[in-house]
Write a protein that binds this ligand. Structure first.
Ligand code: TRP
Ligand code: ZN
Length: 837
């Protein structure tokens, strides 16, 4: 680092703004080689914060100031690379600014930028300051009016938040009546096709629904529209929450750093989360589209109408909104499978984050670059914390708390404490001890020891947390008899470091089923025997426990092979495959823990050893079950018309898990036939993956034909690239040629993620010096063009200390090399310095 190290921002330093804003009038003159932004901002002294003096600092980055007047008069100001300092201001005044920006050169995809030639914005968290000088903080809310001028031939569609006031060719004026912070501002200008529909809310408001996409994608928007209507209806029925404007717009763009953005009345989406049809989208893609559409819609209440006081409260809106979108998916599809998938993702990725150098509490105390804190901890662990509150209060109590939360805080910028107080006050439930979930980083470990006393017919349970911890958590359980019937079931409340429970009148030694539904985000250690875990796989009515018990067994069989145990487990699996009606569940149970997950379970990561051990296990499964897998495959391989019902999804899921195993040993021909005959992307990509990863004789042919069929489709091409870059059959030469491919685009995050992100998951070919050096070069390029994406990707080095000595040393050298480079962005600096600490 040649310059001074960037300084963290601390939560404890929060001060209200000394000025607030009544109205913000913006005018955009969008041109090919520059954009002129004119703002007229009506400021007034904060009545609740008189301590502040009459000076004001406005955020502004990469702006060229053209003119500035206050109440029509020229005044003095000081500019720095972070913004503008004004002094000696009146208690109320109107500031008028004109500045120039260059969206046509903006590759950071924050602020105003172009995607496929269209203009769009991304203002959360700190993008608005790249548009004009402003109080770029979530606790300053105002009413926005936005005027847009642009070439009507190139940009016939001109959009912003709220209602359209006036429009003529090449011009439009929008007015958003709801006060909002600037991170919810949005502007779009371009050439789009639109799918229109409408929705009548519970109280009778007619809402126009519009989904804007590039014209060639219009046929892939119906599912998104239906998902949007389901989102409106679900929030009304489950949360009693209605939409509040007359128009709701979604715009899909190909270049986007994250999934989607909840801008008031004008969501902007990564096109991957809008476009879906059976030929090009997998079952998972469909459910993700619906979930993200829901997520952004649900933000209208949890995020927009009640927003965050400062960015440390991010989980206030994100954890709660993820919880809501999880419930949405659970109510519409298979609740148990949704839970298994979410828990699997949490334990694979969030637990790793929480054990690594970027570990932070759900409410962080400091950050250097806020964009680095849109994390699995804020989102997914945050949602688990909300889920625990829900477990304690039940659905009715939780809804009472939500109601009070909105009664108290609608229209405000608030804190996580305000949310928990609402939950607490509405239910007279004391959550004070619960707050450690927000303040303490790391995944707690809880151990359970049991003892059955035949004579007294008592079952004793001791629950202990690790060193000094006293997390407050719910522990759902059941005690099962020999038939798998619950003798007792319920929820234990764990409050102290150590707790004991006694269950009376237990006639015979029970098998306990713990942490049902994964009711708390913890590592759980139990005294269950191998045989008891097998019993749970075969008998528990809780799908999570069935799956988790199987995962624990897979883990032990992969890492420490044991013939006798393997036989026992395989016998149980056979029965499960033959008798379980829920095909999705069978598929989940049959799926081996991922390499990423296995890496976390060992003291030192040996990527090659883990890969080999996992492959060996796959071969053992194939040898033992070949006939049954084939029979199952054939019984499910009916080219029925595509449906997204849980049973159809489950059938495809199990079929493709069978295909995974059946393609392991040899070219069975199954994958090729399925690849050629598939009527949906779920089947197509599963077959494609099988052909690629097993170095099938038909691999090149499959690649060529897949490309010919789908080269026009951006979403499918992302899959095409990811399948190849992450395959152990692709070495670094293959990755380099993928980056030379005519469809490769460095500045499109989806494409970069599919190729470069895919490569970092290619454990065999990424983990050596040349792989690392090649990857670091890409990071250094991203440091200039898109540091937010660079920071996400570079996090792959976060766990360097846990690798075998040689790889550990090599990764460290790469981190040091990045650290020494000039002009390091805050984004990448923060990740790399934490990793090196
Ligand atoms: N608020 C968005 C969501 O979760 C997240 C998001 C979209 C975002 N784009 C971003 C965060 C860019 C940081 C930067 O729904
Ligand atoms: Zn969100």
């Amino acid at each position: 680092m040649s310059n001074l190290a960037p300084q963290p921002i601390y939560r404890k330093d929060y001060k209200p703004s000394n000025y607030l804003i009544h109205t913000t009038d913006l005018s955009f003159d969008l041109r090919d080689d520059e954009t002129l932004v004119s703002s007229k901002i009506h400021f007034y002294k904060n009545p609740k914060y008189q301590a502040g003096d009459n000076s004001l600092f406005l955020d502004g980055i990469d702006l060229e100031l053209i003119s500035l007047v206050i109440d029509g008069e020229r005044v003095d100001y000081e500019l720095s690379d972070k913004g503008m300092q004004l002094r000696h201001l009146k208690d109320e005044f109107v500031l008028e600014i004109v500045n120039r920006i260059h969206p046509e050169l903006n590759t950071s995809l924050n602020g105003l930028y172009q995607s496929s030639g269209n203009f769009c914005t991304q203002c959360e968290a700190h993008g608005f300051r790249q548009i004009t000088y402003y109080l770029d903080r979530p606790d300053v809310l105002s009413v926005f009016t936005t005027h847009i001028t642009a070439d009507k031939r190139k940009y016939p569609v001109l959009l912003s938040n709220g209602n359209l006031l006036t429009a003529s060719s090449g011009q439009a004026t929008w007015h958003d009546p709801t006060s909002k912070p600037c991170y919810l501002f949005a502007l779009v200008a371009g050439d789009f096709a639109v799918l229109e529909d409408n929705y009548t809310t519970l109280s009778g408001r007619e809402v126009a629904l519009k989904i804007y996409v590039e014209a060639h994608n219009i046929s892939k928007t119906q599912f998104a529209m239906d998902s949007l209507k389901r989102s409106f209806a679900w929030d009304e029925s489950r949360f009693n929450l209605e939409y509040d404007l007359d128009i709701y717009m979604i715009v899909a763009v190909d270049d986007f750093n994250m999934g989607a953005m909840e801008n008031k009345g004008l969501n902007i989406f990564n096109s991957t989360y809008v476009l879906a049809e059976p030929k090009t989208a997998t079952d998972k893609d469909f459910i993700n589209v619906e979930a993200v559409i829901g997520h952004e819609y649900f933000h209208n209440w949890t995020g927009n109408r009640v927003t965050c006081k400062d960015w440390f409260q991010l989980s206030l809106k994100e954890g709660l909104t993820v919880f809501r979108d999880q419930e949405f998916t659970s109510d519409l599809h298979s609740r148990s499978i949704k839970r298994i998938e979410d828990v699997n993702a949490l334990r694979t990725f969030q637990f790793a984050e929480d054990a690594g150098p970027m570990q932070h509490p759900v409410r962080p105390e400091s950050y250097i670059e806020m964009n680095n804190f849109y994390t699995l901890t804020i989102y997914e662990k945050g949602a688990e914390v909300i889920r625990m509150i829900h477990s304690f209060l039940g659905e009715t109590g939780f809804q009472k708390g939500m109601k009070l939360y909105f009664e108290r805080h609608d229209g405000d910028a608030v804190t996580i404490d305000d949310f928990v107080s609402s939950m607490s006050d509405a239910n007279e439930f004391d959550f004070s001890q619960f707050m450690t979930w927000y303040s303490q980083p790391g995944t707690p470990t809880v151990s359970i020891k049991t003892n059955y006393d035949e004579i007294s017919q008592r079952f004793h349970v001791e629950v202990e947390q690790n060193k000094g911890h006293d997390y407050f958590l719910p522990l759902n359980y059941a005690l099962l008899d020999d038939q798998g019937h619950a003798l007792k079931e319920g929820m234990l409340t764990i409050k102290q470091h150590k707790e004991s429970f006694v269950f009376e009148q237990i006639k015979s030694k029970p098998t306990p089923s713990w942490l049902r539904g994964f009711c708390a985000p913890i590592h759980l250690l139990t005294d269950l025997t191998f045989e008891q875990k097998i019993f749970l796989v075969g008998h528990d009515s809780d799908a999570y426990v069935v799956w988790d018990s199987a995962q624990q067994i897979w883990l032990s069989l992969i890492l420490t092979p044991n013939k006798a145990h393997e036989q026992l487990f395989f016998n149980a699996l056979e029965k499960l495959i033959q008798t379980t009606p829920d095909k999705s569940l069978v598929s989940e149970v049959l799926t081996l823990p991922s390499e990423r997950f296995l890496h976390q379970q060992v003291a030192m990561i040996d990527v090659f050893d883990i890969n080999q051990k996992r492959e060996q296990m796959a071969h053992k499964v194939l040898r033992r079950f070949e006939a049954l897998l084939l029979e199952t495959y054939n019984s499910l391989n009916n080219n029925q018309a595509y449906q997204l019902t849980s049973s159809a999804v489950g059938g495809r899921s199990l079929k493709n898990t069978c295909l995974y195993y059946l393609s392991k040993d040899k070219d069975s021909g199954l994958a090729l036939t399925q690849f050629e005959q598939a009527n949906c992307m779920t089947d197509q990509i599963a077959a494609f993956n099988a052909l690629i990863t097993n170095n099938s004789a038909h691999k090149d042919q499959a690649i060529a034909s897949f490309y010919q069929t789908f080269k026009q489709d951006v979403q499918v091409m992302d899959k095409f690239f990811a399948a190849q870059s992450s395959s152990i059959t692709s070495d670094i030469g293959c990755i380099k040629s993928l980056m030379q491919h005519e469809l490769f685009s460095f500045n499109t995050p989806n494409r970069l993620r599919s190729v470069v992100g895919g490569f970092t998951q290619n454990y065999i070919n990424f983990h050596h010096q040349a792989g690392y050096e090649f990857f670091t070069d890409i990071i250094l390029k991203l440091n200039q063009s898109n540091p937010q994406i660079g920071a996400r990707l570079v996090s792959v080095y976060n766990h360097w200390k846990r690798f075998t000595p040689e790889l550990k040393q090599l990764q460290k050298q790469q981190l040091e090399r990045i650290m020494q480079s000039d002009d390091l962005s805050n984004d990448i600096f923060e990740i790399v310095q934490a990793a090196l600490k």
